[in-house]
Design a binder for this molecule. Sequence first.
Ligand code: ADP
Ligand code: MG
Length: 356
Amino acid sequence: MLFDPAPKDKREDFFDREEEIEKLKLLSSPITLILGLRRTGKSSLIKIALNELNRPFIYLDMRKFEEKRSINYKEFLIEVEREINKLSSKFSQLIEFLKRIEGVSIMGNQVRFKWQGNERLSFTSLLEALNDFNKDLIFIIDEAQELIKLRGIDLLPPLAYAFDNLKIKIVLSGSEMGLLYRFLRIEDPSSPLFGRAFLKIELKPFSREEAIEFLKRGFSQININFTEYDKVYEEIGGIPGWLTYFGYTYSHIRDLRKSLDETFSFAKRLIIHEFENFLADKGEARKRYLNIMRTVSASCSSWSKIKRELEAMEGITISDSIIYNYLKHLLDSSWIVKNDDVYCPSEPLIRKTFET
Ligand code: ADP
Ligand code: MG
């Protein structure tokens, strides 16, 4: 069912994106990047492809760390360990490959990793062991930009090593696209990953036509007569997750205005929560980030207008470099987008959240 609010794992419950599914399934590069705003269907795309490929995989969901300001190697390895144990309960021979590397202890049929001292697990060795175990393995890190908070280990050398020498495939998804690029430092000549050609799959929000088709198909699946497609697109926009929530809500309460309002208040709660996470390390500048979001939500604004507004609010001069820095952080984390020299909220419900 299209309007099921959980992430999808079957193609028949997923609207369109045929090309993207096929592209992902090809895994034609050692590292594939899946990019798209929150709730555009990245996790669903991954689950569907994994289901159809039927290859062994490790799936790490970094959303778990969204609220943390930093992640240490131990916390990261605990997540990996859990997934490895899931995999080894299906493929017991995996243990044999893990036994050979330093930093691994086996208790019964449970794998434990050492995260400290001389014999701590090297992530490169782990990837090598997985490669020896099964070259078809896929290693997925969902919302990988969270790894920018990882302390005490640099994952770029292992990723570069895997890119150059191993057959296993790595898939990284990211909602905060600039931040993911900042983590990978693909364009930085001193980065281990510099110059590698990644396969990129971008999930854009639905266009008006796609959004309408999505709603039509969803309502017809559940035999509901619905006609106000344009109104829904105008208020909600094309983010698949919000449209899904709307369809789901409407199917229960059968009232257009109430369903739109309920979708917006649900979205607003989530967006505010996510913005709080974004602000967590912004200290004194929190209020300014909020003011920028309010300014661009009232109407898309040029750099100089944003500067003027911020200065007027505080009655002081703020240096250009500081303003650039704020806008860069907001762009990197996909809160805003820049089109033709004006800055706008990245989607309508973000605009609406900060407008009110
Ligand atoms: P992301 O991982 O990008 O945040 P999810 O895969 O979690 O997105 O999807 C968010 C919500 O939107 C889920 O409820 C999912 O079922 C729904 N969804 C996203 N894309 C589609 C699509 N193409 N067809 C049907 N439902 C979708
Ligand atoms: Mg996701």
